[in-house]
Design a binder for this molecule. Structure first.
Ligand code: FAD
Ligand code: DHB
Length: 389
Protein backbone atom coordinates (compact mmCIF):
# COMPACT_ATOMS: atom_id res chain seq x y z
CA UNK A 1 0.00 0.00 0.00
CA UNK A 2 1.13 3.59 -0.58
CA UNK A 3 -0.15 6.74 1.11
CA UNK A 4 1.08 10.24 1.76
CA UNK A 5 0.93 10.16 5.57
CA UNK A 6 0.94 6.94 7.62
CA UNK A 7 -0.71 7.69 10.98
CA UNK A 8 0.06 5.33 13.85
CA UNK A 9 -2.71 5.47 16.48
CA UNK A 10 -6.47 5.97 16.10
CA UNK A 11 -7.00 8.08 19.23
CA UNK A 12 -8.04 11.74 19.03
CA UNK A 13 -4.65 12.99 17.68
CA UNK A 14 -4.44 10.48 14.85
CA UNK A 15 -8.09 10.83 13.83
CA UNK A 16 -8.08 14.64 13.94
CA UNK A 17 -4.92 14.81 11.85
CA UNK A 18 -6.36 12.30 9.34
CA UNK A 19 -9.54 14.31 8.95
CA UNK A 20 -7.77 17.68 8.56
CA UNK A 21 -5.47 16.15 5.92
CA UNK A 22 -8.42 14.56 4.13
CA UNK A 23 -10.26 17.91 3.94
CA UNK A 24 -7.14 19.28 2.27
CA UNK A 25 -6.86 16.44 -0.26
CA UNK A 26 -3.94 14.69 1.48
CA UNK A 27 -4.23 10.89 1.85
CA UNK A 28 -3.49 8.99 5.00
CA UNK A 29 -3.90 5.52 6.50
CA UNK A 30 -4.65 5.20 10.23
CA UNK A 31 -3.31 2.14 12.08
CA UNK A 32 -4.97 1.35 15.43
CA UNK A 33 -3.93 -1.44 17.79
CA UNK A 34 -7.36 -1.85 19.45
CA UNK A 35 -10.95 -2.08 18.20
CA UNK A 36 -13.10 1.01 17.69
CA UNK A 37 -15.36 -0.06 20.58
CA UNK A 38 -12.37 -0.34 22.87
CA UNK A 39 -11.11 3.14 21.96
CA UNK A 40 -14.60 4.56 22.54
CA UNK A 41 -14.93 2.83 25.92
CA UNK A 42 -12.00 4.75 27.41
CA UNK A 43 -13.29 7.58 29.60
CA UNK A 44 -10.80 10.41 29.59
CA UNK A 45 -10.82 14.17 29.20
CA UNK A 46 -13.88 16.39 29.43
CA UNK A 47 -12.92 20.04 28.97
CA UNK A 48 -12.11 21.47 25.54
CA UNK A 49 -10.21 24.65 24.73
CA UNK A 50 -11.42 26.89 21.89
CA UNK A 51 -8.37 25.85 19.84
CA UNK A 52 -9.57 22.25 19.76
CA UNK A 53 -13.13 23.36 19.03
CA UNK A 54 -11.85 25.39 16.05
CA UNK A 55 -9.84 22.41 14.77
CA UNK A 56 -12.98 20.26 14.99
CA UNK A 57 -14.77 22.96 12.92
CA UNK A 58 -11.91 22.93 10.39
CA UNK A 59 -12.20 19.14 10.26
CA UNK A 60 -15.96 19.45 9.60
CA UNK A 61 -16.74 17.55 12.81
CA UNK A 62 -18.14 20.19 15.17
CA UNK A 63 -21.92 19.88 14.69
CA UNK A 64 -22.59 17.60 17.65
CA UNK A 65 -20.00 19.40 19.76
CA UNK A 66 -21.78 22.70 19.05
CA UNK A 67 -25.22 21.30 19.92
CA UNK A 68 -24.36 19.00 22.83
CA UNK A 69 -21.27 20.69 24.35
CA UNK A 70 -21.83 22.96 27.35
CA UNK A 71 -20.23 26.40 27.48
CA UNK A 72 -18.55 26.97 30.86
CA UNK A 73 -17.70 30.58 31.69
CA UNK A 74 -15.92 29.78 34.93
CA UNK A 75 -14.92 27.26 37.56
CA UNK A 76 -14.94 27.00 41.36
CA UNK A 77 -11.93 26.43 43.58
CA UNK A 78 -12.46 25.24 47.16
CA UNK A 79 -10.02 25.01 50.09
CA UNK A 80 -10.57 25.03 53.85
CA UNK A 81 -13.90 26.79 54.44
CA UNK A 82 -13.46 28.96 51.38
CA UNK A 83 -14.72 28.63 47.83
CA UNK A 84 -14.23 31.16 45.05
CA UNK A 85 -15.01 31.40 41.37
CA UNK A 86 -12.73 32.18 38.47
CA UNK A 87 -14.70 33.82 35.68
CA UNK A 88 -12.81 32.80 32.53
CA UNK A 89 -14.97 34.83 30.18
CA UNK A 90 -14.55 37.98 32.25
CA UNK A 91 -10.81 37.39 32.72
CA UNK A 92 -9.91 36.31 29.18
CA UNK A 93 -12.95 36.81 26.95
CA UNK A 94 -13.06 33.04 26.35
CA UNK A 95 -15.03 30.19 27.92
CA UNK A 96 -14.25 26.46 27.74
CA UNK A 97 -16.54 23.74 26.39
CA UNK A 98 -17.48 20.65 28.38
CA UNK A 99 -17.71 17.76 25.90
CA UNK A 100 -16.15 14.36 26.49
CA UNK A 101 -13.12 12.98 24.68
CA UNK A 102 -15.23 9.89 23.96
CA UNK A 103 -17.66 12.07 22.00
CA UNK A 104 -14.85 13.90 20.18
CA UNK A 105 -13.43 10.52 19.14
CA UNK A 106 -16.86 9.22 18.13
CA UNK A 107 -17.42 12.30 15.90
CA UNK A 108 -13.99 11.87 14.30
CA UNK A 109 -14.61 8.16 13.59
CA UNK A 110 -17.98 9.04 12.02
CA UNK A 111 -16.28 11.60 9.75
CA UNK A 112 -13.52 9.17 8.79
CA UNK A 113 -16.07 6.51 7.92
CA UNK A 114 -18.23 8.98 5.94
CA UNK A 115 -15.12 10.02 3.98
CA UNK A 116 -14.21 6.38 3.31
CA UNK A 117 -10.74 7.02 4.78
CA UNK A 118 -8.80 3.85 5.55
CA UNK A 119 -8.42 2.74 9.17
CA UNK A 120 -6.91 -0.63 10.08
CA UNK A 121 -7.98 -1.87 13.52
CA UNK A 122 -6.31 -4.53 15.65
CA UNK A 123 -2.93 -4.10 13.98
CA UNK A 124 0.05 -5.76 15.65
CA UNK A 125 3.83 -5.36 15.55
CA UNK A 126 3.78 -1.91 13.97
CA UNK A 127 7.37 -1.08 13.01
CA UNK A 128 8.76 2.17 11.59
CA UNK A 129 11.50 1.87 8.94
CA UNK A 130 13.86 4.42 7.36
CA UNK A 131 12.27 7.42 9.07
CA UNK A 132 15.56 9.28 8.62
CA UNK A 133 15.37 8.93 4.82
CA UNK A 134 13.04 10.40 2.17
CA UNK A 135 11.35 7.00 1.72
CA UNK A 136 10.04 5.82 5.08
CA UNK A 137 7.74 2.84 5.44
CA UNK A 138 5.74 1.08 8.11
CA UNK A 139 5.20 -2.67 8.47
CA UNK A 140 2.58 -4.41 10.64
CA UNK A 141 0.47 -7.52 10.94
CA UNK A 142 -3.29 -7.67 10.81
CA UNK A 143 -5.37 -10.85 11.07
CA UNK A 144 -2.18 -12.90 10.66
CA UNK A 145 -1.18 -11.19 7.39
CA UNK A 146 1.98 -9.08 7.03
CA UNK A 147 1.46 -5.62 5.51
CA UNK A 148 3.62 -2.70 4.38
CA UNK A 149 2.77 0.96 3.81
CA UNK A 150 5.14 3.20 1.85
CA UNK A 151 4.64 6.87 2.63
CA UNK A 152 6.07 10.40 2.55
CA UNK A 153 5.69 10.99 6.30
CA UNK A 154 4.82 9.09 9.47
CA UNK A 155 2.75 10.66 12.25
CA UNK A 156 3.33 8.94 15.60
CA UNK A 157 -0.01 9.49 17.35
CA UNK A 158 0.12 6.26 19.36
CA UNK A 159 0.00 7.57 22.90
CA UNK A 160 2.40 7.12 25.79
CA UNK A 161 2.76 3.33 25.38
CA UNK A 162 3.14 3.40 21.59
CA UNK A 163 6.10 2.45 19.41
CA UNK A 164 6.74 5.75 17.60
CA UNK A 165 8.70 7.50 20.33
CA UNK A 166 10.90 4.42 20.77
CA UNK A 167 11.81 4.57 17.06
CA UNK A 168 13.86 7.74 17.70
CA UNK A 169 17.41 6.65 18.59
CA UNK A 170 18.48 7.23 22.18
CA UNK A 171 21.46 9.22 20.93
CA UNK A 172 18.97 11.83 19.69
CA UNK A 173 16.03 11.45 22.09
CA UNK A 174 15.99 13.14 25.51
CA UNK A 175 13.21 12.49 28.02
CA UNK A 176 12.15 14.57 31.02
CA UNK A 177 9.87 13.04 33.63
CA UNK A 178 8.26 13.72 37.00
CA UNK A 179 6.13 11.08 38.68
CA UNK A 180 3.69 12.24 41.40
CA UNK A 181 3.18 10.22 44.60
CA UNK A 182 -0.58 9.69 44.08
CA UNK A 183 -3.22 8.87 41.47
CA UNK A 184 -6.78 9.87 40.57
CA UNK A 185 -9.70 7.56 41.12
CA UNK A 186 -12.42 8.53 38.64
CA UNK A 187 -16.10 7.58 38.67
CA UNK A 188 -18.68 8.14 35.94
CA UNK A 189 -22.31 8.00 37.11
CA UNK A 190 -25.71 8.62 35.57
CA UNK A 191 -26.57 11.32 38.08
CA UNK A 192 -27.05 15.09 37.65
CA UNK A 193 -23.82 17.07 38.31
CA UNK A 194 -23.64 18.47 41.85
CA UNK A 195 -23.00 21.99 40.48
CA UNK A 196 -23.43 23.63 37.06
CA UNK A 197 -19.67 24.46 37.00
CA UNK A 198 -16.65 22.30 37.86
CA UNK A 199 -15.35 22.34 41.43
CA UNK A 200 -11.64 21.76 42.13
CA UNK A 201 -11.18 21.10 45.87
CA UNK A 202 -8.03 21.04 47.99
CA UNK A 203 -9.11 19.32 51.22
CA UNK A 204 -7.08 17.98 54.14
CA UNK A 205 -8.07 14.48 52.93
CA UNK A 206 -6.70 15.17 49.45
CA UNK A 207 -7.83 16.59 46.13
CA UNK A 208 -11.32 16.16 44.66
CA UNK A 209 -12.85 17.26 41.37
CA UNK A 210 -16.55 17.48 40.48
CA UNK A 211 -16.96 17.44 36.71
CA UNK A 212 -19.58 16.31 34.25
CA UNK A 213 -20.33 15.17 30.73
CA UNK A 214 -23.97 16.35 30.49
CA UNK A 215 -26.97 17.32 32.65
CA UNK A 216 -27.48 13.65 33.50
CA UNK A 217 -23.92 12.32 33.51
CA UNK A 218 -21.39 13.24 36.20
CA UNK A 219 -17.65 12.64 36.38
CA UNK A 220 -15.97 12.81 39.78
CA UNK A 221 -12.36 12.26 40.81
CA UNK A 222 -10.57 11.90 44.13
CA UNK A 223 -6.83 11.79 44.82
CA UNK A 224 -5.92 8.24 45.86
CA UNK A 225 -2.90 6.21 46.82
CA UNK A 226 -0.79 4.73 44.02
CA UNK A 227 -1.28 1.28 45.53
CA UNK A 228 -5.12 1.52 45.39
CA UNK A 229 -7.02 -0.59 42.86
CA UNK A 230 -10.46 0.44 41.51
CA UNK A 231 -11.93 -2.75 43.00
CA UNK A 232 -10.72 -1.63 46.47
CA UNK A 233 -13.25 1.19 46.25
CA UNK A 234 -16.93 0.32 46.56
CA UNK A 235 -19.30 2.95 45.19
CA UNK A 236 -20.42 3.73 48.76
CA UNK A 237 -16.82 4.28 49.90
CA UNK A 238 -16.14 6.55 46.91
CA UNK A 239 -19.21 8.75 47.52
CA UNK A 240 -18.46 8.98 51.22
CA UNK A 241 -14.88 10.09 50.57
CA UNK A 242 -15.91 12.59 47.88
CA UNK A 243 -18.46 14.17 50.26
CA UNK A 244 -15.78 14.63 52.90
CA UNK A 245 -13.55 16.51 50.47
CA UNK A 246 -15.99 19.04 48.98
CA UNK A 247 -17.72 21.98 50.73
CA UNK A 248 -20.52 20.75 53.10
CA UNK A 249 -23.36 22.46 51.17
CA UNK A 250 -22.19 20.74 47.96
CA UNK A 251 -21.87 17.41 49.78
CA UNK A 252 -25.45 17.77 50.97
CA UNK A 253 -26.71 18.37 47.43
CA UNK A 254 -24.65 15.59 45.85
CA UNK A 255 -26.81 12.97 44.13
CA UNK A 256 -25.14 9.57 44.25
CA UNK A 257 -25.84 6.46 42.21
CA UNK A 258 -24.16 3.37 40.82
CA UNK A 259 -20.86 3.98 39.00
CA UNK A 260 -20.89 3.03 35.33
CA UNK A 261 -17.10 3.33 35.07
CA UNK A 262 -14.39 3.41 37.71
CA UNK A 263 -10.67 3.70 36.98
CA UNK A 264 -7.40 4.90 38.45
CA UNK A 265 -4.86 7.00 36.56
CA UNK A 266 -1.36 7.68 37.89
CA UNK A 267 -0.16 11.30 37.62
CA UNK A 268 2.89 12.01 35.53
CA UNK A 269 4.65 14.89 33.77
CA UNK A 270 6.69 13.75 30.77
CA UNK A 271 8.24 15.37 27.71
CA UNK A 272 10.35 13.85 24.96
CA UNK A 273 12.58 15.99 22.74
CA UNK A 274 12.76 16.41 19.81
CA UNK A 275 9.25 15.69 18.54
CA UNK A 276 10.55 15.04 15.03
CA UNK A 277 13.15 12.67 13.66
CA UNK A 278 13.58 12.81 9.88
CA UNK A 279 10.14 12.06 8.45
CA UNK A 280 8.65 10.85 11.74
CA UNK A 281 6.62 13.36 13.77
CA UNK A 282 5.31 12.68 17.29
CA UNK A 283 1.92 14.09 18.30
CA UNK A 284 0.01 14.13 21.60
CA UNK A 285 0.62 11.61 24.37
CA UNK A 286 3.29 9.89 22.24
CA UNK A 287 5.49 12.90 23.00
CA UNK A 288 4.22 14.28 26.31
CA UNK A 289 2.03 13.61 29.32
CA UNK A 290 0.64 16.09 31.84
CA UNK A 291 -1.01 15.36 35.18
CA UNK A 292 -4.76 15.73 34.50
CA UNK A 293 -5.36 18.75 36.81
CA UNK A 294 -6.47 21.47 34.41
CA UNK A 295 -7.53 19.11 31.60
CA UNK A 296 -4.62 19.81 29.27
CA UNK A 297 -3.78 16.35 27.83
CA UNK A 298 -6.24 16.22 24.97
CA UNK A 299 -5.98 19.95 24.31
CA UNK A 300 -2.20 19.80 23.96
CA UNK A 301 -2.51 16.84 21.59
CA UNK A 302 -4.73 19.14 19.51
CA UNK A 303 -2.18 21.97 19.36
CA UNK A 304 0.46 19.48 18.12
CA UNK A 305 -1.97 18.36 15.41
CA UNK A 306 -2.47 21.99 14.40
CA UNK A 307 1.29 22.62 14.00
CA UNK A 308 1.85 19.35 12.14
CA UNK A 309 -1.13 19.81 9.84
CA UNK A 310 0.00 23.37 9.03
CA UNK A 311 3.51 22.13 8.17
CA UNK A 312 2.31 19.21 6.03
CA UNK A 313 -0.24 21.36 4.21
CA UNK A 314 2.47 23.90 3.37
CA UNK A 315 4.73 21.09 2.11
CA UNK A 316 2.08 19.61 -0.18
CA UNK A 317 0.86 23.02 -1.38
CA UNK A 318 4.23 24.63 -2.09
CA UNK A 319 7.03 22.15 -1.48
CA UNK A 320 8.38 24.44 1.30
CA UNK A 321 9.71 22.62 4.36
CA UNK A 322 9.96 25.41 6.92
CA UNK A 323 6.64 24.39 8.56
CA UNK A 324 7.70 20.79 9.09
CA UNK A 325 11.25 21.86 9.95
CA UNK A 326 10.00 24.11 12.76
CA UNK A 327 7.33 21.62 13.97
CA UNK A 328 9.25 20.26 16.94
CA UNK A 329 10.44 23.65 18.22
CA UNK A 330 6.99 25.26 17.86
CA UNK A 331 5.11 22.38 19.46
CA UNK A 332 7.61 22.05 22.33
CA UNK A 333 7.50 25.78 23.12
CA UNK A 334 3.78 25.44 23.85
CA UNK A 335 4.08 21.98 25.42
CA UNK A 336 6.50 23.22 28.10
CA UNK A 337 4.18 26.08 29.06
CA UNK A 338 1.32 23.60 29.43
CA UNK A 339 3.58 21.28 31.44
CA UNK A 340 4.35 24.19 33.75
CA UNK A 341 0.70 25.05 34.22
CA UNK A 342 -0.40 21.44 34.86
CA UNK A 343 2.46 20.92 37.33
CA UNK A 344 1.64 24.19 39.11
CA UNK A 345 -2.11 23.51 39.35
CA UNK A 346 -1.44 19.94 40.52
CA UNK A 347 1.01 21.19 43.16
CA UNK A 348 -1.53 23.77 44.35
CA UNK A 349 -4.46 21.37 44.70
CA UNK A 350 -3.06 18.06 46.03
CA UNK A 351 -1.89 16.90 49.44
CA UNK A 352 1.59 15.36 49.21
CA UNK A 353 2.68 12.55 51.54
CA UNK A 354 5.86 14.43 52.52
CA UNK A 355 4.28 17.89 52.76
CA UNK A 356 5.59 19.88 55.76
CA UNK A 357 3.56 22.45 57.71
CA UNK A 358 5.58 25.10 55.91
CA UNK A 359 4.61 23.63 52.51
CA UNK A 360 0.95 23.61 53.56
CA UNK A 361 1.03 27.27 54.62
CA UNK A 362 2.62 28.18 51.27
CA UNK A 363 -0.13 26.29 49.45
CA UNK A 364 -2.81 28.17 51.35
CA UNK A 365 -1.02 31.50 50.79
CA UNK A 366 -0.96 30.78 47.07
CA UNK A 367 -4.68 29.90 47.05
CA UNK A 368 -5.42 33.12 48.97
CA UNK A 369 -3.36 35.10 46.46
CA UNK A 370 -5.26 33.53 43.59
CA UNK A 371 -8.59 34.24 45.30
CA UNK A 372 -7.82 37.92 45.83
CA UNK A 373 -5.46 38.99 43.04
CA UNK A 374 -6.85 39.69 39.59
CA UNK A 375 -3.47 39.43 37.86
CA UNK A 376 -2.98 35.94 39.34
CA UNK A 377 -6.51 34.99 38.27
CA UNK A 378 -5.83 36.25 34.78
CA UNK A 379 -2.65 34.18 34.48
CA UNK A 380 -4.53 31.10 35.69
CA UNK A 381 -7.49 31.72 33.39
CA UNK A 382 -5.34 32.34 30.30
CA UNK A 383 -3.67 28.97 30.83
CA UNK A 384 -6.92 27.16 31.66
CA UNK A 385 -8.81 28.34 28.57
CA UNK A 386 -5.75 27.56 26.46
CA UNK A 387 -2.65 29.47 25.40
CA UNK A 388 -2.71 30.69 21.78
CA UNK A 389 -1.33 28.36 19.07
P1 FAD B 1 -4.28 8.30 22.92
O1 FAD B 1 -5.64 8.77 23.25
O2 FAD B 1 -3.54 7.50 23.92
O3 FAD B 1 -4.40 7.47 21.57
C1 FAD B 1 -3.34 6.68 21.08
C2 FAD B 1 -3.93 5.55 20.28
O4 FAD B 1 -2.86 4.79 19.73
C3 FAD B 1 -4.73 4.58 21.14
O5 FAD B 1 -6.00 4.38 20.57
C4 FAD B 1 -3.89 3.31 21.18
O6 FAD B 1 -4.69 2.15 21.24
C5 FAD B 1 -3.13 3.42 19.86
N1 FAD B 1 -1.85 2.70 19.86
C6 FAD B 1 -0.95 2.57 20.86
N2 FAD B 1 0.12 1.87 20.46
C7 FAD B 1 -0.12 1.54 19.17
C8 FAD B 1 0.62 0.81 18.21
N3 FAD B 1 1.82 0.28 18.50
N4 FAD B 1 0.09 0.65 16.98
C9 FAD B 1 -1.11 1.19 16.67
N5 FAD B 1 -1.85 1.88 17.54
C10 FAD B 1 -1.36 2.08 18.77
N6 FAD B 1 -6.70 14.38 29.74
C11 FAD B 1 -7.44 15.36 30.18
O7 FAD B 1 -7.30 16.47 29.65
N7 FAD B 1 -8.36 15.15 31.18
C12 FAD B 1 -8.55 13.91 31.74
O8 FAD B 1 -9.39 13.73 32.62
C13 FAD B 1 -7.77 12.85 31.31
N8 FAD B 1 -7.90 11.62 31.84
C14 FAD B 1 -7.08 10.62 31.39
C15 FAD B 1 -7.18 9.37 31.94
C16 FAD B 1 -6.33 8.33 31.50
C17 FAD B 1 -6.44 6.95 32.12
C18 FAD B 1 -5.37 8.60 30.49
C19 FAD B 1 -4.43 7.50 30.00
C20 FAD B 1 -5.30 9.86 29.94
C21 FAD B 1 -6.14 10.88 30.38
N9 FAD B 1 -6.08 12.17 29.83
C22 FAD B 1 -6.86 13.15 30.28
C23 FAD B 1 -5.19 12.50 28.77
C24 FAD B 1 -5.89 12.50 27.42
O9 FAD B 1 -6.86 11.51 27.39
C25 FAD B 1 -4.82 12.29 26.38
O10 FAD B 1 -3.95 13.41 26.42
C26 FAD B 1 -5.35 12.09 24.97
O11 FAD B 1 -6.04 10.87 24.88
C27 FAD B 1 -4.19 12.10 23.97
O12 FAD B 1 -4.63 11.67 22.73
P2 FAD B 1 -3.67 10.87 21.77
O13 FAD B 1 -4.48 10.60 20.54
O14 FAD B 1 -2.39 11.58 21.63
O15 FAD B 1 -3.33 9.51 22.53
C1 DHB C 1 -12.04 16.55 33.76
C2 DHB C 1 -10.77 16.12 33.93
C3 DHB C 1 -9.82 17.01 34.34
O1 DHB C 1 -8.56 16.63 34.50
C4 DHB C 1 -10.11 18.33 34.59
O2 DHB C 1 -9.15 19.17 35.03
C5 DHB C 1 -11.38 18.75 34.40
C6 DHB C 1 -12.36 17.85 33.98
C7 DHB C 1 -13.09 15.58 33.33
O3 DHB C 1 -12.75 14.41 33.07
O4 DHB C 1 -14.24 15.96 33.26
Amino acid sequence: MRTQVAIIGGGPSGLLLAQLLHRHGIDSVVLERKTKDYVLSRIRAGVLEQGLVQLMEQAGCADRLRSKGHVHDGTLIAYGDTMFRLDFTDLTGTPVIVYGQTEVTRDLYAAREAAGGPIEFEVEDVTIHDADTDRPHVTYNVGGAARRIDCDFIAGCDGFHGVSRQAIPLTIRREYEKVYPFGWLGVLSETPPVNPELIYANSPRGFALCSMRSDTLSRYYIQCSLSDKPEDWTDAAFWQELKRRIPPDQAERLVTGPSIEKSIAPLRSFVTEPMRWGRLFLCGDAAHIVPPTGAKGLNTAASDVHYLFTGLRQFYDTGATDGIDSYSAKALARVWKVERFSWWFSSLMHRYPDQSDFDLRIQIAELEFLRTNRAAQQAMAENYVGLPY
